[in-house]
Design a protein around this ligand. Structure first.
Ligand SMILES: [Zn+2]
Ligand SMILES: [Zn+2]
Length: 350
C-alpha cells in the first residue's frame, strides 16, 4: 500500500508545514497555526497498520504509486524517501508507510534554524573565501539549500573496562664519584566503568559519516517523541542501516572514550605505554531519531563539495573550492543529495 500524507489546514484547507520558528504547524495561506500533536491526532485514524482502503478519505491519501494528495501528480521518491514535496504543486508530502509500524522513528529533533537563516549563513560562509567561485553565490544555487531530516541511531551504553599499560620512572643517585641512573618499570592496570548516553551514528547511506560526526553536538534536551507533522515542509529519509549494522561506529566511540578516561588516571610516570584493554559493553538502548540538517551539495570542476549546517544549533561543516578568475566561468553544477530530489527541486524552485 502506498499512502502519502499531506497535512491540510483545518481552517482553510491549504497544505500546512512545520514552522521551525514557532515550533508549530503554520498555514502560509490563512496564517493559522496549530500544535503538532493536534494535527497528528487528526490524521492518526489513517495510520493503522491494517487499513481498509475503501474507507480512506481520498482527500488525505492516495493508493496507486506515491501520488500527491493535493493535485494527484506522481511524487518522485527514491527507496529511502519519507518526506518530500510534490514536484508539480509543491505540497509537502509524507510517505506514510515508511514512517509507521517498525519504521516509525522514536524521536525527532525539530528544525530550529529557518531556511532564510541557513541561506544567510551560507552567504556569509561562502563570502569568507575571497576567491570562492562566483557560481557558489548565485541566487539559483543558494535556493537549492535543502532542509533534510537525517536518520540516526542513538545509543546508550554501560561499559566495564580493564586497561593495561607499562610505565617507567627514572631516578638518580650518587655513590662516591659515580652517578647512577635507575629506570624502574611498572606494570599498570586500571579498572574503569562508565555510562555513555546519547552516542549518535547516522544511519543514512547518502550522508558522509565524518561530516555528520562533525555536525555534533545536538542538544538532546530538545528531542521530541516523533510525530509525523514535524516532517511536513522538509525532506526526510528512512534509515538505510539498522541498529545492529550501525552499532560498531557507536561502540568504537565508547571504547575510545573509556580508554581516554583510563589513560587520564595514569600519572606520575616518565613514560607510559598503553598495552591494550578488555572491554565489556552493554547496550541499554538504541533509539531511531531524526536530526535536522541544512544541506547544499555542489560539483565544481568534477569535484564534489558540500555545505552542511546543523538545523538545530547552526554549526556549519563544509568545504569550499578555491578558484581563480579564469576558472570562475567554468561549469559549476549544483546537485542535490540524490538524482530524484534534484529533478524535483529543479521543478519546484527552478
Ligand atoms: Zn489556513
Ligand atoms: Zn501536487
Amino acid at each position: 500500500m502506498k499512502l502519502t500524507n499531506i497535512y491540510k489546514c483545518p481552517s482553510c484547507g491549504a497544505p500546512i508545514e512545520f514552522d521551525s520558528k514557532e515550533g508549530k504547524m503554520s498555514c502560509n495561506y490563512c496564517g493559522s497555526s496549530f500544535d503538532v500533536s493536534q494535527i497528528d491526532e487528526q490524521y492518526k485514524k489513517y495510520e493503522d497498520t491494517v487499513v481498509d482502503e475503501t474507507k480512506i478519505d481520498k482527500e488525505y491519501c492516495q493508493f496507486d504509486g506515491y501520488t500527491c494528495g493535493n493535485c494527484g501528480a506522481e511524487v518522485a521518491t527514491d527507496e529511502t524517501t519519507t518526506a518530500t514535496f510534490c514536484s508539480f504543486c509543491g505540497s509537502p508530502t509524507l510517505i506514510r508507510g515508511r514512517l509507521t509500524g517498525a519504521l516509525k522513528p522514536q524521536y525527532v529533533i525539530p528544525f530550529k534554524i529557518q531556511k532564510k537563516e541557513a541561506v544567510e549563513a551560507y552567504k556569509k560562509w561562502t563570502g569568507k573565501g575571497i576567491i570562492t567561485p562566483s557560481c557558489f553565490r548565485k541566487e539559483s544555487t543558494i535556493k537549492k539549500i535543502t532542509g533534510l531530516y537525517v536518520p540516526f541511531w542513538i545509543y546508550d551504553y554501560d561499559v566495564d573496562a580493564y586497561v593495561r599499560a607499562v610505565g617507567t620512572r627514572k631516578s638518580r643517585d650518587r655513590r662516591g664519584d659515580t652517578i647512577y641512573e635507575h629506570t624502574a618499570h611498572y606494570s599498570i592496570g586500571r579498572n574503569v566503568s562508565g555510562s555513555y548516553e546519547m552516542i549518535p551514528a547516522d544511519a543514512s547511506e547518502k550522508m558522509d559519516d565524518k561530516t555528520m560526526d562533525l555536525l555534533e553536538p545536538f542538544d538532546y534536551s530538545e528531542m521530541k517523541p516523533f510525530e509525523m507533522p514535524y516532517l511536513s515542509g522538509y525532506f526526510a529519509d528512512k534509515y538505510s542501516y539498522d541498529m545492529e549494522e550501525m552499532k560498531d561506529r557507536a561502540e568504537t566511540r565508547v571504547k575510545n572514550y573509556i580508554y581516554e578516561e583510563a589513560r587520564k588516571t595514569i600519572v606520575g610516570y616518565s613514560t607510559v605505554q598503553m598495552l591494550g584493554s578488555n572491554m565489556n559493553l552493554k547496550r541499554k538502548r538504541a533509539s531511531y531519531t531524526l536530526m535536522p540538517v541544512w544541506v547544499l551539495n555542489y560539483e565544481y570542476k568534477g569535484k564534489k563539495y558540500s555545505f552542511n549546517m546543523n538545523g538545530q544549533t547552526g554549526r556549519i561543516v563544509g568545504k569550499l573550492p578555491k578558484s581563480f578568475a579564469k576558472v570562475a566561468a567554468l561549469f559549476c553544477g549544483v546537485t542535490a543529495f540524490s538524482a530524484g530530489i534534484f529533478a524535483l527541486l529543479g521543478g519546484l524552485f527552478g
